[in-house]
Design a protein around this ligand. Structure first.
Ligand SMILES: [Zn+2]
Length: 85
């Protein structure tokens, strides 16, 4: 009788350990997904410190990745009306 109870207890304990482990893994995965910010142009997620931040109006905050800024810069230099060095 005690052996059966002990085995049941051990199985329950193992289940709880695996359940808790799964929760921890899921939570840390979510944290990775939510870290950083999406680029406002290409919608890819980057760490916040690698993005340029601009406030538009009173409330809207836009982030731009360096790839998109390079592309914008290239496009701006190709404009027929540009007159900067
Ligand atoms: Zn981008």
């Amino acid at each position: 009788m005690y052996v059966t109870l002990t085995i049941l207890f051990l199985i329950l304990l193992l289940l709880f350990v695996f359940y808790g482990w799964g929760l921890i893994i899921r939570r840390s995965g979510q944290r990775d997904d939510e870290s950083g910010e999406k680029c406002s142009l290409c919608r890819q997620r980057f760490p916040l410190e690698s993005l340029v931040e601009r406030e538009i109006g009173d409330y809207k905050l836009l982030h731009f990745c360096t790839g998109c800024i390079d592309e914008l810069s290239r496009d701006a230099k190709n404009l027929p009306t540009h007159n900067y060095q």
